[in-house]
Design a protein around this ligand. Structure first.
Ligand code: HEC
Ligand SMILES: [Cu+2]
Length: 468
């Protein structure tokens, strides 16, 4: 017998079977508002086992702030931070993205998420002028760590000004719990002035086109992850880092000095590689890194294209506390080779009694401020784990006279100052003999409560001897 099926009955049937009718399924999903936190923090791990509709409220904010100490820059951001606030959803979730372009902004913006399946990744749906909001819905079909960015012309400029972030799509089974999760993105910045030139710096389109960045930075500022902003962990704690490159141009050879990554979800995908030293992350790409620090000290995040780290700012720190383990990492022993001249000390220096004048002292300060303060800081306290202190430096005080060698010839490699390990590069300083003597005396007197220890003629001897 045939029963007549009405349209109304069909619709009722469809409503009763939400799994087969996507439009209705969306209605039935539990609605969750995405919690947005400032980097390097990450939204909490997802523990639910079923899909949801996740509502994300991102605001585009054009904000002027420091790109380096004393240097300002007009950043364009997602959520007020560089990188933009991280979004965290689960595979199968429906994301309802609200993008607001604030009234006070000057330019149109939009968002293209690499986690979207469909042309433009949401760019056309979200292109809006200041004073507007766009809403765009997509389904997160495939798990992974994906970059999002502004795709408004000139796209390279919007990205170079900080318009990128990441969306993590967790696999259906979720991710293992770890002790710390951190969110770090590298980006290249192009300013009219040189690295660390002071004042408000303008974007330089020609440098961007030539791919010659003035700054290569983690999390949008020189010092975003050093000093009091360093990441932290204790020995034996597991760390997961969500690392991405916003670009617009520069691929990162991402490395953490002093650790081996136990696991790398390379290219932000599903597969892992184990025991990795350096992972390459392209512009617009990502990787998830997992490792466990075993001994205390500072681990240094760098782009292993190292002049970017030492000359363009691509440096960060993970400060590890805990008990030393000499079986894994010993303090080491250093001794002179048989027959080598014993290390000279201040007392054994050729001329420990040195005459200086007030004019030389003034000169010493001027040389210091112009040549040393950029790295060792104006107060000589250095930057933890990166630039050793010159003020109250046990290394300096032990042999102040010898320090002229370092200024003259530069220094690189492992060095321990006040119990802290450093492994950096100090380039030779292009200074006259008298200026080197003046700055050494200045540092010894003003920063180490010592006496003048050296004259220009001693530096002259050092210079003459250095190629012998
Ligand atoms: C480009 C950054 C930079 C500049 C500029 C610089 N240094 Fe250094 N300096 C370093 C680094 C990095 C080290 C540690 C090198 C290592 O790890 O072997 C260092 C080490 C030293 C040390 C030995 C360690 C200590 O803390 O006592 C002295 C002394 C020193 N520098 C003096 C100076 C003086 C004086 C000037 C200026 C004339 C100067 N430096 C300019 C980066 C710099
Ligand atoms: Cu934009």
């Amino acid at each position: 017998m045939n029963k007549k099926i009405t349209l109304g009955a069909l619709l009722a049937l469809a409503a009763a079977l939400p799994a087969t009718v996507p439009a209705n399924a969306v209605e039935k999903l539990p609605v969750i508002e995405q919690e947005l936190v400032a980097p390097p923090a990450v939204p909490p791990r997802i523990t639910r086992k079923t899909p949801a509709k996740v509502v994300v409220n991102l605001t585009v904010e054009e904000v002027e702030r420091e790109i380096a100490p004393g240097t300002r820059y007009m950043f364009w951001t997602f959520g007020g931070t560089v990188p933009g606030k991280m979004i965290r959803v689960r595979e199968g979730d429906t994301v309802e993205l609200h993008l607001k372009n604030l009234n006070g902004n000057k330019l149109p913006h939009n968002i293209d998420l690499h986690a979207v399946t469909g042309p433009g990744g949401g760019a056309s749906q979200t292109l809006i002028a200041p004073g507007n909001e766009a809403v765009f819905t997509f389904k997160a079909l495939q798990s992974g760590l994906y970059v999002y960015h502004c795709a408004t012309a000139p796209v390279g400029m919007h990205i170079a000004n900080g318009m990128y972030g990441m969306i993590l799509v967790e696999p259906p089974e979720g991710m293992a719990a770890v002790d710390h999760e951190y969110y770090v993105m590298q980006g290249d910045f192009y300013t009219e002035g040189t690295y660390r030139a002071s004042g408000l710096q303008k974007f330089d389109m020609n440098k961007a086109i030539d791919e010659k960045p003035t700054y290569v930075l983690f999390n949008g500022a020189d010092g975003a992850l050093t000093g009091k902003n360093a990441l932290t962990a204790k020995t034996g704690e597991s760390v997961r880092m969500f690392f991405g490159v916003g670009g617009p141009n520069i691929t990162s050879s991402f490395h953490v000095i002093g650790t081996i990554f136990d696991k790398v979800y390379f290219e932000g995908g599903k597969r892992t590689q184990e025991n990795v030293q350096t992972t390459m992350v392209p512009a617009g790409g990502s990787a998830i890194l997992e490792f466990t620090p075993r001994v205390p000290g500072n681990l240094t995040l760098v782009d292993h294209s190292l002049t970017r780290a030492f000359n363009k700012g691509a440096i960060g720190l993970l400060s590890v506390s805990g008990k030393p383990d000499p079986a894994i990492y010993s303090e080491g022993i250093k001794r002179a080779l048989p027959g080598a001249a014993p290390a000279t000390s201040a007392a054994a220096a050729p001329n420990p009694v040195v005459a200086t004048t007030p004019a030389q002292h003034v000169r010493g300060k001027a040389v210091y401020d112009a040549n040393c303060a950029a790295c060792h800081q104006a107060d000589g306290k250095g930057v933890a784990g990166v630039f050793p202190p010159l003020a109250n430096s046990d290394f300096f005080k032990e042999r102040p006279y010898e320090m002229a060698h370092i200024v003259l010839n530069g220094r690189s490699g492992e060095i321990v100052v006040n119990g802290e390990h450093y492994n950096g590069v100090m380039p030779p300083q292009d200074l006259s003999d008298d200026d080197i003597a003046a700055v050494i005396n200045y540092v010894n007197v003003e920063m180490n409560k010592g006496k003048p220890v050296i004259e220009g003629k001693h530096v002259r001897e050092m210079r003459a001897n250095r190629n012998k």
